[in-house]
Design a protein around this ligand. Structure first.
Ligand code: SAH
Length: 353
């Protein structure tokens, strides 16, 4: 059986499916889910992420959190956490760079939120020197100072899509026609969670809602506010997204989100307004383009130092990686970052309030 057959049978029996349910099944179905069954990162996989492009990303992110840890009096022990760590590359690079910060690695208890058993195994291998602990939900984060990173985690959380019809909304659903999965629209209904979108949309506009995102961030904020710490979030998206941003990627190329469920990565742009709205208990920074943030942290100096040790293809690749992470026409502008810290603490370096 394939995931398409499983979902088709379910829709035939129960009627059209909500988009968030469809995305959840595609990504995390216990038997056929995209993340459950494969390790999709890197040049041989379907897509490449910032930590897989260059070690500089994890190094700078790690040092930024270590600086915040020192700014807050170097609490020990503390939680060093990551949401959706992929292959564990970012955490490994961060820990290597932070080995020079006295006391940091010894005091860190590594906690990883990861839904995929296949990726947990890869993370265990990458981080075998550090005995990480895995959790299933943010509520399981220990009650202690928490320094946390999330790169391309929130874009993987399932969204719903709604099309405006006067002052009501019709939800986009997945149905079956002639044996194929197709998009359709549900009945026009009130959506209290979208009341603020009546201000900036017109009839026929499509808006997205990621209900799962805010509770994750608000739990993290509560830990940081209560015990100290910081969080640094990277993702692609912008302030209040408008229009259909659901995208499927397979073998580094765009794919149809309904054609091969479970075989393509599905993501959507992150609505940073919704994420920051969940951070009441902490100070939040402005959202900042990834390229600007990395430049402020000194990526060019780091790139030049590394370049001295390289030649030939390795040097060319390194120069291209620096450009890819920071250039406005590559990841530098599309990807944004923001930080959160306790109200009494200074903001993370490279970010502004
Ligand atoms: N941060 C990594 C990987 C990004 S891909 C990198 O930058 O390379 C998204 C990651 O989030 C994967 O590890 C995936 O398995 C995990 N993930 C997706 N949805 C999740 C969920 N609901 N709960 C926990 N982990 C999830």
């Amino acid at each position: 059986m394939s995931l398409r057959e499983v979902l088709t049978a379910q829709i035939n029996a129960q009627g059209p499916m909500r988009l968030d349910e469809y995305i959840s099944a595609c990504l995390l179905h216990p038997k056929y889910g995209y993340y459950t069954t494969r390790t999709p990162f890197g040049s041989g996989g379907d897509f490449i992420t910032a930590p897989e492009i260059s070690q500089m990303f994890g190094e700078l992110v790690g040092l930024s959190l270590a600086q915040a840890w020192m700014d807050q009096g170097a609490p020990a022990p503390f939680t060093l956490a990551e949401l959706g760590p992929g292959r564990g590359t970012l955490m490994a690079d961060a820990l290597r760079a932070c080995a020079r910060v006295p006391g940091f690695v010894d005091a860190a208890r590594i906690v990883l939120l990861e839904a995929s058993p296949a990726l947990r195994k890869v993370q265990a291998e990458t981080l075998s020197r550090h005995t990480p602990h895995w959790i299933d939900t943010p509520d399981e984060l220990p009650q202690q100072a928490t320094f946390l990173i999330a790169n391309e985690f929130f874009d993987a959380l399932p969204i719903r899509q709604f099309i405006r019809a006067d002052d009501l909304w019709r939800e986009r659903q997945v149905g079956v026609t002639d044996g194929a999965l197709v998009f359709g629209l549900g009945p026009a209904q009130h959506q209290p969670a979208l009341a603020h979108r009546l201000e900036d949309t017109q009839d026929g506009d499509l808006v997205e809602d990621c209900a799962a995102a805010a509770p994750v961030l608000s739990t993290i904020c509560d830990r940081v506010a209560a015990h100290g710490g910081a969080a640094l979030v990277f993702d692609y998206g912008d302030w209040r997204t408008l229009g259909d941003t659901l995208q499927a990627v397979q073998n580094h190329a765009p794919a149809d989100p309904l054609t091969s469920p479970g075989s393509a990565d599905l993501t959507a742009h992150v609505d940073f307004e919704a994420l920051l709205g969940a951070c009441d208990s902490c100070t939040t920074s402005r959202i900042t383009p990834q390229g600007v943030f990395l430049e402020r942290l000194g990526i060019t100096a780091r790139a030049q130092a590394l370049a001295k040790t390289l030649s030939g293809d390795a040097l060319e690749n390194h120069i291209a990686a620096h450009r890819r992470l920071t250039h406005p026409q590559e990841m530098g502008n599309l990807f944004k970052t923001f930080g959160i810290v306790p109200k009494s603490a200074p903001m993370l370096h490279g970010l502004e309030i």
